[in-house]
Design a binder for this molecule. Structure first.
Ligand code: ADP
Ligand code: MG
Length: 679
C-alpha cells in the first residue's frame, strides 16, 4: 500500500518522506475558535453521535464531537466501515484536519482522529510531524499519524553509522551545518521550530551540493582531463570573412562570446558550451564565425536545427553570407533526395564539404565525417541530452560542441539542468533595434486591431496571426485555426491580400513552401500555429497578433514576439484575449507588456510555473529535488555551486582524506555520477 500510493520502497524512502509541517500536540484549540479564516485545527472532544446519511454517491458518515465550547461536525465519504468499527460514542478523541463550513456550521471532512490522551504537561511543546498522505491510505486508516509512528520507530532503531555523513568535515564546520544523522531525526521530530529549520537547511544544502558536485565533476573533468581537438590558429577563412564580408559590426556581447569560444577550443580540451542569447541577439553569426575558425584549422563543422524550415533558413542565410568565400556548404534534412544525399555523404567523408547544415538527419549513424571538429546545436530546447551525446561519436576525439538556446533560461535553472556545460551569455541586442511595443486587446476591439494591421501592411510590412496548439486535441486546434483563417480572410479579402498558412497537419513540403512564400515577401500575412515559433527570421514582418493569448506560456509568448522587431522598423505585438482573463494569464500578459527582456521573462516564468514545466528540462530529472527548490532557495544553490566548484578545483579526483566520505557516498549512488573516468 505504501509502495503504490506514495512510492515508498525502502527505509531510506521512508526517511525521505518528509513531513509537510508539524503540529504542536500540546496545543488543543477550542471548537468555538474555528472561524472562516481557520485552515487547520486540532481539537479534543467527546464523540456524541454518528450516523450514515445519504444514498449511493452522496452516502457519508457524519459524526459530532463536543468540547466545553461548542460542537464540531465530522464527515467521511470513504472508509465509512472503518470509522464505523473504530469509533465509540462517549469516548474522547483528538481530531485534526482542514476546516470548512457546511450549512453555516464548522466541519472537518476526513479528519485525522485518534483516542485522546491528554499530553503530559511538562511545559515542552511536542512537535508532531504531519505527512503527505492520500485519500486511499486515509480510507484504510493509514493516516499521517500512522506514518509518523512508523517513522518514529525506524528512527529509534537507526544509529549514526547507518546515516553516515557525506559532506566533508571542514565544510560542515565552516557552514555550521547540522550532522546528517541529526538532520534526519530533527526534520521528522524536531525539538523546536529552530531545530527543524536547521535540519531543513542542512538537507537542502546536501541535495544541492551533491547535485552540483555531479554536474561540475563532468565539466571540470572535461577541462582538465578530456582530450579535445586543438584549434591553434585564426586563419584566412576567418580573417577574410571578418574583414571583407561581415555585413555589420559585431556587438560587444558577440565579440566576448567569440573570445570565450576561441579560448575553449585552443586548449586541447573539449569545449561543451551553452550559448544563451535573447531572441534576435545574433547567435547565428557567432556560429558561423566559429565554423570558420574550425575550417581554418582543417576541421569540418555541422549546424543542427530542430525543424526543416529552420535548417533551410540557416542554410540560405549562411550560403548567402559565404557566397564569395571558398567554402562548401550543404543542407541535409529528412527530405533531401537520395541522389543529393549520396553526394553529401561522400563529400563529408572526403572532406570536400566544410559545413553541413541540417536537422536530426545529421546525427544518423550513416552520416560520417572525415574530421568533424565542431558541432553546433541551434535552439537547444528541442534537442535532448542523448541526442547531443550522439554528436560526440562522430569523431575519434569528440568535436567541440556549442549549444545555442532559443530563449534565455534562468541562471539557477541553467546551473542545475545544464551545469555540466560552460555557459556564455549574450545580453545585448544589435544596435538600431527599436523595442517592440506590446499591447493587450480584448476580442471586442478586433476590428480596430485589424485596421491597425492593415495600415502596417499598406506600409509594405508583413504580419503574423498565431493560434494556440490545444494540447489535448489536435482536432480542436485545427478547427480553431481554420476558423481564424476564415476570419482573417474576411478582413483581408483574397483579391487584395495574399495569405500563407502553416500548421502541424500539413505535409512538410507544403509547410515549407507556404513558409517560404512569406519569407520571400510573396505573401503579406502568415496564419499559423506555434509551428512557426522558433527561429524564423523575416525582418520585414512588423506585427504579431496572438490569438487566445491566455493559452500560451510566457517563454512561448516571448519567443513568438521575437519573430517581429528583427529589422529596423518599429514593430508591434498584440495580445488578444476574450473578455474574461484568469489571474495567471493576466500576470503573464502584464509582464509581456512591461518588458522585452528575455532574461527577466525567463526568471518570471520560472517563478510562475516552477521548474518542472520549463520546456526541454522536463525530462532531465536534474531538477527533481525533494526539499530544495531552485526558485526559493536561490542563494543556497549559489552557495552549493561555489563550494562544489572549490572542492573540485582542489581535488578533482576526490581523493583527499577529508573528501573520502563524499566519495563513498557518490559511489553508493552509482549510476547518478559518471565515475568511469575517475576511479
Ligand atoms: P538569434 O540570436 O535569435 O538567432 P539571429 O542570429 O537570427 O538571432 O540574428 C537576428 C538578426 O540580427 C539577423 O537578421 C542578423 O543578421 C542580425 N544581426 C546579428 N548580429 C548583428 C549585429 N552585430 N549588428 C546588426 N545586425 C545583426
Ligand atoms: Mg536563431
Amino acid at each position: 500500500m505504501l509502495k503504490k500510493e506514495l512510492g515508498i520502497f525502502t527505509f531510506q524512502d521512508l526517511l525521505e518522506h518528509f513531513p509537510n509541517r508539524h503540529i504542536d500536540k500540546t496545543k488543543v484549540n477550542k471548537i468555538k475558535d474555528i472561524t472562516i479564516q481557520t485552515e487547520y485545527i486540532q481539537v479534543a472532544g467527546t464523540l456524541m453521535d454518528f450516523e450514515v446519511i445519504g444514498e449511493r454517491h452522496s452516502k457519508r458518515l457524519v459524526a459530532h464531537i463536543k468540547d466545553n465550547s461548542g460542537i464540531l461536525e465530522l464527515a467521511w465519504f470513504q472508509g465509512v466501515n472503518w470509522v464505523h468499527k473504530n469509533l465509540h460514542i462517549g469516548s474522547d478523541y483528538l481530531v485534526f484536519g482542514r476546516t470548512g463550513f457546511f450549512n453555516g456550521k464548522p466541519q472537518i471532512v476526513h479528519p485525522e482522529i485518534e483516542p485522546y490522551v491528554p499530553a503530559i504537561a511538562d511545559g515542552k511543546a511536542f512537535l508532531e510531524p504531519v505527512y503527505p498522505t492520500t485519500e486511499k491510505l486515509k480510507a484504510r486508516g493509514l493516516n499521517g499519524r500512522q506514518i509518523a509512528k512508523i517513522t518514529y520507530t525506524l528512527l529509534a532503531a537507526i544509529q549514526e553509522k547507518d546515516i553516515s555523513e557525506n559532506i566533508p568535515d571542514d565544510l560542515m564546520k565552516r557552514l555550521q551545518l547540522m550532522k546528517r544523522y541529526d538532520a534526519y531525526r530533527a526534520i521528522h521530530f524536531p525539538q523546536s521550530p529552530e531545530e527543524y529549520e536547521k535540519a531543513v537547511h542542512r538537507l537542502k544544502f546536501e541535495e544541492l551540493f551533491i547535485a552540483q558536485i555531479r554536474v561540475n565533476l563532468i565539466r571540470l573533468q572535461r577541462h582538465q582531463v578530456s582530450k579535445g581537438i586543438l584549434f591553434e590558429k585564426v586563419g584566412d577563412y576567418f580573417n577574410n570573412f571578418y574583414n571583407q564580408h561581415l555585413p555589420f559590426q559585431l556587438t560587444g556581447a558577440q565579440k566576448r562570446v567569440l573570445k570565450e569560444i576561441r579560448y575553449d577550443t585552443a586548449r586541447g580540451h573539449q569545449m561543451n558550451r551553452l550559448l544563451q542569447g535573447d531572441v534576435g541577439s545574433g547567435k547565428t553569426i557567432v556560429a558561423l564565425l566559429s565554423m570558420l575558425l574550425a575550417a581554418d584549422n582543417g576541421y569540418q563543422s555541422c549546424l543542427m536545427a530542430p525543424t526543416e524550415i529552420l535548417a533551410q533558413q540557416h542554410f540560405n542565410g549562411l550560403s548567402d553570407l559565404l557566397k564569395e568565400m571558398p567554402i562548401e556548404i550543404a543542407l541535409l534534412t529528412g527530405s533531401t533526395k537520395t541522389a543529393q544525399r549520396k553526394k553529401i555523404l561522400k563529400g563529408l567523408l572526403d572532406d570536400t564539404i566544410h559545413f553541413v547544415v541540417g536537422t536530426h538527419a545529421i546525427i544518423e549513424d550513416i552520416v560520417q565525417f572525415k574530421n568533424l571538429g565542431l558541432a553546433i546545436v541551434d535552439e537547444q530546447h528541442r534537442f535532448g541530452v542523448a541526442q547531443r551525446a550522439k554528436l560526440w561519436e562522430k569523431a575519434i576525439i569528440p568535436p567541440h560542441v556549442l549549444v545555442m538556446t532559443a530563449t534565455p533560461i534562468p541562471r539557477t535553472l541553467a546551473m542545475t539542468a545544464y551545469g555540466d556545460l560552460d555557459y556564455s551569455i549574450m545580453d545585448e541586442l544589435p544596435p538600431g533595434r527599436q523595442p517592440i511595443t506590446t499591447v493587450h486587446r480584448y476580442e471586442n476591439s478586433r476590428a480596430s486591431v485589424m485596421d491597425f494591421v492593415k495600415t502596417e501592411i499598406t506600409k509594405g510590412r508583413q504580419a503574423y496571426f498565431i493560434y494556440p496548439l490545444i494540447e489535448e486535441s489536435e482536432k480542436m486546434s485545427y478547427e480553431d485555426l481554420m476558423q481564424g483563417y476564415e476570419q482573417v480572410k474576411s478582413f483581408f479579402p483574397e483579391h487584395l491580400y495574399s495569405i500563407s498558412m502553416v500548421h502541424g497537419r500539413m505535409p512538410a513540403e507544403q509547410k515549407d513552401a507556404n513558409m517560404q512564400r512569406f519569407v520571400s515577401g510573396d505573401t503579406q500575412i502568415m496564419v499559423g500555429t506555434t509551428v512557426i515559433e522558433v527561429g524564423v527570421n523575416v525582418p520585414n514582418a512588423s506585427v504579431m497578433v496572438i490569438e487566445s493569448t491566455e493559452k500560451f506560456g510566457l517563454s512561448q509568448l516571448h519567443q513568438l514576439r521575437g519573430r517581429v522587431g528583427r529589422g529596423t522598423e518599429k514593430s508591434f505585438c498584440i495580445l488578444l484575449t476574450g473578455s474574461k482573463v484568469g489571474e495567471d494569464a493576466r500576470e503573464r500578459i502584464n509582464i509581456m507588456c512591461a518588458t522585452n527582456d528575455g532574461f527577466k521573462i525567463a526568471e518570471k516564468d520560472l517563478q510562475l510555473r516552477g521548474p518542472g514545466d520549463i520546456e526541454g528540462t522536463r525530462q532531465s530529472g536534474a531538477l527533481n529535488f525533494k526539499l530544495a527548490s531552485i526558485v526559493n532557495d536561490k542563494q543556497l544553490l549559489e552557495l552549493a555551486r561555489f563550494e562544489a566548484e572549490n572542492l573540485l578545483e582542489e581535488d578533482i579526483e576526490i581523493n583527499m582524506a577529508k573528501n573520502l566520505q563524499l566519495k563513498s557516498f557518490l559511489r553508493s549512488q552509482k549510476g547518478k555520477t559518471g565515475w568511469s573516468k575517475i576511479s
